[in-house]
Design a protein around this ligand. Structure first.
Ligand code: NI
Length: 157
């Protein structure tokens, strides 16, 4: 098919087309928090934790970034898949307010017994956010621990 410029009318027609309207669209909200953690298994010796986790066994902090993606069809009435202010409220109430400026090993009841790796945190956050959203809406939760490291939990498409 030859490439051609879309006219404004082409674009408007595509958006109104029922086939286009039923297309799945992803939207995302990013929130951030600061927290301390240390990677250690309390049942192991200090030496064993040092061997497993290296310097991450020492108490230290991260500026975490949490990206939450929801997916669905665009609501005709609002033009939204989901109101991102509402998504932000859910993320803040279910996760951020409990973890921001906390020690993740000791201060958060729903993380008790969990080694606070990015993987375990992403999984815990996924469960807490999913339970507050309409069934099937949540697509993925990605937690950036540093600029270089993230862990993601998601539902397969
Ligand atoms: Ni760390």
């Amino acid at each position: 098919m030859a490439l051609r410029d879309l006219t404004d009318a082409d674009t408007a027609a595509a958006v109104r087309n029922p086939m286009t309207c039923s297309r799945m669209v992803l939207v995302s909200r990013r929130e951030s928090f600061n927290a301390a953690h240390q990677l250690c298994d309390p049942s192991l010796s200090d030496a064993e934790n040092k061997r497993l986790f290296g310097k991450c066994a020492n108490l230290h902090g991260h500026n975490y970034v949490l990206e939450v993606v929801v997916a669905g069809e665009i609501d005709d009435a609002t033009g939204y898949v989901f109101d991102l202010k509402r998504l932000s409220d859910v993320i803040c109430q279910r996760v951020i307010q409990d973890v921001d400026h906390r020690n993740l090993n000791t201060d958060v009841a729903w993380l008790n017994g969990c080694i606070p790796t990015a993987e375990n945190l992403a999984l815990a956050f996924w469960e807490r956010i999913r339970s507050e959203l309409p069934e099937g809406l949540l697509r993925s939760v990605r937690l950036w621990e540093t600029d270089k490291n993230w862990a993601e939990v998601g539902d397969p498409v």
